[in-house]
Design a protein around this ligand. Structure first.
Ligand SMILES: C[S@@+](CC[C@H](N)C(=O)[O-])C[C@H]1O[C@@H](n2cnc3c(N)ncnc32)[C@H](O)[C@@H]1O
Length: 270
């Protein structure tokens, strides 16, 4: 598998983002910001390979299936997500051990085919076990979200939980996810938000902790409709440490999404 390089090789090109914003604070006209270089994709894949053995325990500790179920139901009420038929196709990007797909499967009346991609081979192996135990027959593939190995407009639902925060420019991953989404299809993403727990995640994984405004702005930039969001509670230890966002791809073709370059901090949003 070819992993996409996110970090510029050039010593200094101000148009290319090189680091993820961690902390920012304005005092008058001064912005104090701390950014951090993200992990290289190969490094991230091996980190997740190493974490895969205990990921199911982590998922249980943070009650991920229940946590995802609540916003999935809210998304369903807004978009008709639960109307999926057996022929419908769902893609879970950065599937990990399959918690998000299992949560969706548990609220749907009919069994459907779940496709999943992940950069970590060990996570995919764990997803296969967990999803089969839940009575599902997943189609799993090692792949990078920045180049999803599926045709344009081939999925009814494309989703990702706690993955987009790993990208220098989450909009690039969103654009690729929207490419494979059918017109009228539903996008569902969950991201760590700014909180004490979010900061711990940032320190451990060098990720974004996005605000609701940022997430909505990214979805608007992708020209999606019917945008909604709600905080996600990850159990008593972490509290409302994430936000779930959902939106629909317009039924009519609007052309390629505009990618706005890098929104470093909430304050820079229009
Ligand atoms: C925090 S885990 C979340 C797993 C799962 N979605 C969940 O909610 O339990 C992030 C997952 O995204 C995967 N991942 C990270 N970067 C990726 C990329 N560029 N392409 C595909 N998967 C990626 C990791 O290997 C890991 O399995």
């Amino acid at each position: 598998m070819k992993l996409n390089k996110q970090i510029s090789e050039s010593p200094f090109d101000p148009s290319v983002p090189r680091s993820i914003p961690m902390v920012s604070h304005w005092i008058g006209t001064w912005e104090f910001a701390i950014n951090r270089r993200l992990r290289a994709p190969e490094d991230l894949a091996s980190q997740y390979d190493a974490a895969s053995g205990s990921w199911s325990r982590t998922a249980r500790r943070f009650q991920l299936e229940t946590a995802y179920r609540i916003p999935l139901l809210a998304c369903s009420a807004a978009t008709g997500l639960a109307d999926l038929r057996p022929a419908s196709r769902v893609l879970d990007c950065g599937i990990g051990t399959g918690c998000l797909s299992i949560a969706l499967n548990n609220i749907l009346p009919d069994p459907i085919v779940y496709h999943g991609i992940d950069i970590s081979r060990a996570m995919l192996a764990a997803a296969d076990v967990e999803m089969r135990q839940a009575g599902m027959s997943p189609q799993l593939q090692q792949a990078d979200i920045l180049s999803i190995p599926h045709a344009d407009q081939s999925f009814d639902v494309v989703m990702a939980a706690h993955v987009l925060e790993h990208f220098l420019e989450p909009q690039r991953a969103l654009t690729e996810m929207i490419r494979v989404l059918k017109p009228g299809g539903v996008l569902f993403v969950c991201m760590t938000r700014r909180s004490v727990f979010g900061t711990l995640i940032q320190l451990r994984w060098r990720t974004w902790a996005a605000t609701e405004r940022q997430g909505v702005a990214w979805l608007r930039d992708c020209q999606l409709n019917n945008i909604g969001y709600q905080p996600v509670s990850l159990g008593p230890c972490a509290g409302q440490a994430s936000t779930a966002f959902w939106a629909q791809k317009p039924a009519e073709k609007l052309g390629r999404s505009r990618i706005k370059h890098f929104v470093p901090h909430e304050e820079s949003l229009p």
